[in-house]
Design a protein around this ligand. Structure first.
Ligand SMILES: [Zn+2]
Length: 188
């Protein structure tokens, strides 16, 4: 017995009715970036099914350098593998979703941040920058960060949203838009 035992039983149920999903472009044409919080699962909140949308999660749902690199790779993959199946000038939309009552908001407190720095090996400045105190503010920051990255394909659009833990509702804070660079300049 491990803590996984009941979950593996659920997987047994899942596998019984499973239908193979071949590798193809994400059918929702969306890549979700969101918090790892267990109350913020996009499969539940957005009703995502297998094959619909890749999901990248970290503390806060922040657009960090590794997130930018993952998105650059997904765009590269989409162009390499699905060229005939998707619009040549449009790959997917990245939806950045931050949420209210995020656990990272505790990092807004200097004393808590000081202790967290010791526990995680990260600098206090890095932890302060990672905190989602007001998701409406941080989601805008992160959309801009992604749009400004030279690694992001001009064929990828970016939008920003906030998930309200109290109501279960997602509202759009930043409408989808493309980087302001000519097509073909990604990675140059
Ligand atoms: Zn969170």
């Amino acid at each position: 017995m491990t803590r996984m035992t009941p979950l593996l039983e659920r997987n047994e149920q899942f596998a019984r009715d499973y239908v193979f999903v071949p590798l193809g472009p994400p059918t929702a044409q969306v890549v979700v970036v969101t918090c790892l919080d267990h109350r913020v699962d996009p499969a539940a909140v957005l009703g995502l099914k297998l094959g619909e949308a890749p999901v990248i999660r970290n503390a806060g749902g922040r657009v960090t350098q590794p997130v930018i690199e993952d998105i650059a790779y997904l765009a590269f993959l989409a162009e390499q593998l699905f060229a005939g199946q998707i619009a040549a000038d449009r790959l997917f939309e990245v939806a950045v979703i931050h949420h209210t009552q995020c656990g990272t908001s505790l990092l807004g407190d200097p004393g808590f941040r000081h202790q967290a720095a010791a526990a995680t090996g990260q600098s206090e400045a890095a932890l302060e920058a990672a905190a989602v105190v007001d998701p409406h503010v941080t989601v805008k920051t992160d959309v801009e960060r992604l749009l400004a990255s030279p690694l992001i394909s001009p064929k990828v659009s970016v939008s920003g949203h906030v998930y309200d833990i109290d109501t279960g509702r997602v509202t759009t804070t930043v409408d989808a838009r493309y980087p302001e660079r000519p097509a073909g300049s990604a990675g140059q």
